[in-house]
Design a protein around this ligand. Structure first.
Ligand SMILES: [Ca+2]
Ligand SMILES: [Ca+2]
Ligand SMILES: [Ca+2]
Length: 275
């Protein structure tokens, strides 16, 4: 069996709200060099340069006992190919089937969207294929039917909504790399939920949660890359009935944007930070 290098690209989320032992999940590429750092061990590989390989996986720690509960390997690739096995975002944890155990959702640079159960077993119908996924997977009721959907985004500007069982509900193409996961909320205050997507092009898209269509007057155009997840906040003052939410985002143009959800009119604050 081929062994390979794993490198940490750690992003971590802690399941503190869960009763019982605290568990931490890390989506990673983990440095397991210690074994092959020994030249004697390295010989077992028969001349393979393990530094050229990448593997991504999930490791679950019990923070009480400080021990690894389990780990599972997902993708394996070389470090030079078009699709590489990095995991660049935090896994999302949510109980998809209501059995009381959290499920783990993660997209990989290999372009695969995984849902694992609480023991690390890949759920039926997964992984699903997209282009390289950099943003976190979002789980929310985006079409207001009381059931949770899953939303994934990729570097080709594909935004896709899936049922918890992995059946595609809709897919929209917004023609720019999506570096972070979407935000979910009733942006315009009409009682229906929207999906807000940041892009490398500087456009912030608002999509209908029902069918993925672009909600006008969006996209909102900033003049630099939007590399953060967009924050959705209710800025209405106490007692005041304001419609919708405010979209808050930075951009690489140096401004902080506060965009009124229903009208897309923005207040901008120069913060001078362009990186
Ligand atoms: Ca579950
Ligand atoms: Ca739903
Ligand atoms: Ca709405």
């Amino acid at each position: 069996m081929v062994q390979y290098t794993r490198r940490f690209r750690a992003a971590q989320s802690t399941l503190e709200e869960q009763p019982g032992p605290t568990v931490s999940i890390i989506g990673n590429s983990l440095v397991a060099r210690y074994y092959y750092d020994n030249p004697e061990h390295l010989k077992e590989l028969g001349g393979i340069e393990i530094g050229k390989y990448v593997a991504g996986g999930i490791v679950v720690f019990n923070l009480d006992t400080k021990q690894v509960k389990w780990s599972v390997q997902l993708d394996l690739s070389t470090d030079t190919g078009k699709f590489r096995a990095y995991i660049l975002s935090s896994p999302t944890v949510v109980d998809l089937d209501g059995d009381g155990n959290l499920d783990i959702l993660v997209g990989t640079s290999y372009g695969l969207f995984y849902v694992l159960d609480h023991k690390g077993k890949v759920r039926e119908n997964f992984p699903l294929e997209m282009a390289e996924i950099q943003g976190a997977v979002v789980a929310a009721d985006i079409n207001d039917d009381g059931k949770i959907e899953l939303v994934t985004t990729d570097v080709h500007g594909n935004v896709a909504a899936w049922t918890a069982q992995g059946k595609e509900i809709w897919e929209t193409h917004i023609k720019s790399l999506v570096p972070r996961g979407p935000s979910i909320g009733d942006v315009d205050g009409d009682g229906r939920t929207e999906v807000v997507v940041p892009t490398l092009s500087g456009n912030i898209y608002v999509l209908s949660g029902m069918d993925g269509s672009v909600v006008r007057p969006y996209p909102y155009r900033t003049h630099g890359r939007v590399m953060n997840q967009v924050l959705l906040v209710d800025l209405s003052k106490r007692g005041e009935k304001k419609k919708g939410l405010t979209l808050v985002s930075t951009s690489f143009d140096g401004y902080l944007y506060l965009i009124d959800g229903p009208t897309s009119c923005a207040d901008v604050v120069y913060i001078g930070e362009t990186s």
